[in-house]
Write a protein that binds this ligand. Structure first.
Ligand SMILES: Cc1cc2nc3c(=O)[nH]c(=O)nc-3n(C[C@H](O)[C@H](O)[C@H](O)COP(=O)(O)OP(=O)(O)OC[C@H]3O[C@@H](n4cnc5c(N)ncnc54)[C@H](O)[C@@H]3O)c2cc1C
Length: 542
C-alpha cells in the first residue's frame, strides 16, 4: 500500500473515531463545562484547541453553522460557491450614498471553521506597523511585532524559502507558496519589476516590515485541499472526552450574574438551552455577531440598549462602534487572448504600495484574480468574456469608520451594518491612485502576452472613474474592530481580551482589533486566539 493511501486510511479511521466520540458527547450534554467557547471560526478554533490540550479542562465549543465536510469547503477552486449558500450568514450593509446608494453584501462564514472554511485561503500576517500599533493602543508589549513574530514562528509550518528569523517550520499550520503558479501570476510580478516595484520571495517576510513590494501569496492549501483553521487546530483533538463540539446551535445571550458571565443561552432546533461555564465564556462569533450577542446580553451603549428595552448590565459605548473593513473595486479586467484556467484559489500574487510617498506604511494593495469578477452594476455595463483575468485594487487603511446598530432584543432581530464606506473623502483619493496603479500594472509590457484587450475600466475621465469606483466597491470580507481592545472609553476589552466591567467574559475574534491590519484577517485572528488562550492559561494557572 502506498504512503498516500495509508495516510488516507488513517485519516478515515480518525474521522470515524471523532464522529463516534462527538455523537457520544452530544448525546450526553452536561449542564456545565469549565469553558464555553462560542464560535468555531479562525479565532474560536484556536481557543478551543489550546484549552482542550489540557485533559483536566472541559471545553464546549458552540457553532451556529453545520458540517464543513462538503466539496465547496474542501476543494480550493470551489470557494466562491459558498457565497450566498447556507454556509454564509448573508449579511448586507445598509444602502450607502457614497456607493451610489448600493447595499453591498457582507458575507461571513456560518459553518464549522467560520471564515476559514469559506475564505480565499490567503495567509497574510499583517505589517510590523499594525502589531506595534496594537501594542501602543493597549499599552501591552505582548502585542508588539516582535512578540507576535515569536507566536507566528511557533505555529507555522512554512514550505517556502527558509527565513528562520521570521518563519517557523514545525508548527500546526501548513503554509505554501503556489506550487505551480499560473503564468499570469508570474507575469504580474514581472510587471511589478518593470514599474520599479521590488519583488520579494515571501509576502510575510521582510516585505511586511517595509514600504511595500510584490510577492506570491502564502496559501493554506495542501494537495489541492483547503486547510481551515478548524481542521488544523480543533479537529485533531475531537476524539478526546474533554472537547465537545456542538454545531447547529445559535448562541443568543451571555448569562451574567453579579457582574460575572456564568454561561450562555442557545437555540437548538428552535428550542432554548442553557449551558453554564465554571471558569469563563469566550465570545468568538466574529465582528458582527459578537457585538450583537453582547448588546442582547445588556453590554453596550446604555442609552441605545435602554431604547430597545434591554436591561443594561454594563455601559460600554464602544460595542458595535469602530466598524472597519477592507474594500476593493471589483474589478479591473483584461481579456485573455487564449483563456488559462485558474490555478490554486484563483489569485496567487499581489502588490503592496503607498498611495502617497509620505505614508509610514503601504495603504493600498493589488490582488490578482484569475477569472473575471464584477459587481452587478459594473457587469450590467460591460460585456465581460469568461476568458478574462483581473486585478482588485484594494484599500488597506480606510479612514471611513462605520457602526453596527441593534434593532431589537430577540435573536431574530437583525443588526444593521452602517458601513460608512468612502464617507471619508481621503479613501476615494487613495482608491483612485490604486485603480491607476492597477491599470499601469495590468497594461505593462510583461502582461501584454496575456491581454487581448482591457475590458474595464479603461482610460476614463475623473467623473466617470469615480462612478466606476463607487459602483465597483465591495467588501474584502475583513469585517473587524467592533469591540476593540484598548484603554480609552470606546474600548471594550483590555489587552488580555477581558470585557471591561464583566468578570469571566473574554472576546477572541476580529472584533478586538483596534484597526484593520494591512492583511487579510485570518492570520491576525489566529494570533488573537493564541493570545486569548495564553492569557487564560496564565491567569487561571492551567
Ligand atoms: C468569502 C471570504 C473570503 C475571505 N478570504 C480571506 C483570505 O483569503 N485570507 C484571510 O486572511 N482572510 C479572509 N477572509 C477573512 C477571514 O476569514 C476572517 O477575517 C476570519 O475568519 C475572522 O475570524 P473570526 O474568528 O473573527 O470570525 P469567523 O471566522 O467569522 O468565525 C465566527 C464563527 O462564529 C459563528 N457564529 C456567529 N454567530 C454565532 C452565534 N450566535 N452562535 C453560534 N455561532 C455563531 C460563525 O458561524 C463562525 O463560525 C475571508 C472571509 C470571507 C467571508
Amino acid at each position: 500500500m502506498s504512503e498516500a493511501s495509508t495516510l488516507a486510511r488513517l485519516d478515515g479511521e480518525f474521522a470515524r473515531e471523532v464522529e463516534e466520540n462527538q455523537s457520544r458527547l452530544r448525546g450526553s450534554l452536561r449542564a456545565s463545562y469549565d469553558f464555553i467557547v462560542c464560535g468555531s471560526g479562525s479565532s474560536g478554533s484556536v481557543v478551543a484547541r489550546r484549552l482542550a490540550e489540557n485533559p483536566d479542562v472541559s471545553v464546549l465549543l458552540i457553532e451556529a453553522g453545520g458540517s464543513d465536510s462538503v466539496p465547496e469547503v474542501e476543494m480550493v477552486a470551489a470557494w466562491p460557491l459558498n457565497l450566498g449558500s447556507r454556509r454564509d450568514w448573508g449579511f448586507t450593509a445598509l444602502p450607502n450614498p457614497h456607493l451610489n446608494g448600493r447595499a453591498i453584501p457582507m458575507s461571513m462564514g456560518k459553518v464549522l471553521g467560520g471564515g476559514s472554511s469559506i475564505n480565499v485561503m490567503i495567509w497574510a500576517r499583517g505589517h510590523k506597523s499594525d502589531w506595534d500599533y496594537f501594542a501602543s493602543e493597549t499599552g501591552d508589549p505582548a502585542w508588539s511585532y516582535q512578540s507576535v513574530l515569536a507566536i507566528y514562528r511557533e505555529i507555522e509550518n512554512w514550505q517556502g524559502a527558509p527565513d528562520p528569523a521570521r518563519r517557523g517550520q514545525d508548527g500546526l499550520l501548513y503554509l505554501t507558496p503556489p506550487i505551480q503558479p499560473n503564468p499570469v501570476a508570474a507575469a504580474m510580478l514581472a510587471a511589478a519589476l518593470e514599474l520599479g516595484i521590488p519583488v520579494f520571495d515571501d509576502q510575510n517576510g521582510t516585505m511586511m516590515e517595509g514600504p511595500g513590494g510584490a510577492a506570491y501569496f502564502n496559501l493554506r492549501i495542501r494537495d489541492g485541499r483547503r486547510q481551515s483553521i478548524f481542521r488544523s487546530y480543533t479537529f485533531p483533538l475531537m476524539n478526546r472526552p474533554n472537547l465537545t463540539v456542538l454545531p447547529d446551535t445559535l448562541v443568543t445571550r451571555v448569562i451574567i450574574e453579579r457582574g460575572a458571565a456564568i454561561g450562555v443561552e442557545c437555540l437548538i432546533d428552535g428550542r432554548g438551552h442553557r449551558f453554564l461555564a465554571s471558569q469563563e465564556v469566550i465570545l468568538s462569533l466574529g465582528a458582527i455577531n459578537t457585538p450583537k450577542v453582547l448588546m442582547q446580553s445588556g453590554i453596550g451603549d446604555a442609552e441605545a440598549l435602554a431604547s430597545l428595552d434591554i436591561p443594561v448590565i454594563q455601559h460600554l459605548p464602544g460595542v458595535g462602534a469602530n466598524f472597519q473593513d477592507h474594500i476593493w473595486v471589483a474589478s479591473c479586467i483584461w481579456e485573455y487572448p487564449e483563456p488559462i484556467a485558474p490555478h490554486d484559489n484563483g489569485g496567487e500574487a499581489s502588490i503592496f504600495a503607498k498611495s502617497a510617498p509620505a505614508l509610514e506604511s503601504p495603504d493600498i494593495q493589488l490582488l490578482q484574480v484569475q477569472f473575471p469578477v464584477a459587481t452587478p452594476e459594473l457587469a450590467a455595463r460591460h460585456s465581460i468574456p469568461a476568458g478574462s483575468w483581473g486585478i482588485f485594487p484594494a484599500l488597506l487603511r480606510p479612514l471611513s469608520v462605520g457602526r453596527l446598530r441593534l434593532t431589537g432584543a430577540k435573536p431574530e432581530d437583525p443588526i444593521l451594518i452602517d458601513s460608512q464606506i468612502l464617507s471619508d473623502p481621503a479613501d476615494l483619493t487613495a482608491l483612485r491612485r490604486c485603480v491607476a496603479l492597477a491599470r499601469e500594472v495590468g497594461n505593462a509590457q510583461a502582461l501584454r502576452g496575456f491581454m487581448k484587450r482591457e475590458i474595464m475600466p479603461t482610460a476614463l475621465g475623473p467623473a466617470a472613474m469615480d462612478d466606476f469606483i463607487r459602483d465597483g466597491v465591495t467588501t474584502v470580507w475583513h469585517q473587524s474592530c467592533t469591540a476593540k481592545m484598548g484603554q480609552d472609553n470606546m474600548s471594550v476589552v483590555d489587552s488580555r481580551l477581558k470585557v471591561y466591567g464583566v468578570d469571566r467574559l473574554r472576546i477572541a475574534d476580529a472584533s478586538v482589533m483596534p484597526r484593520v491590519p494591512l492583511a487579510n484577517t485570518m492570520a491576525p485572528s489566529v494570533i488573537i486566539g493564541e493570545q486569548a488562550s495564553r492569557a487564560i492559561a496564565r491567569e487561571r494557572k492551567l
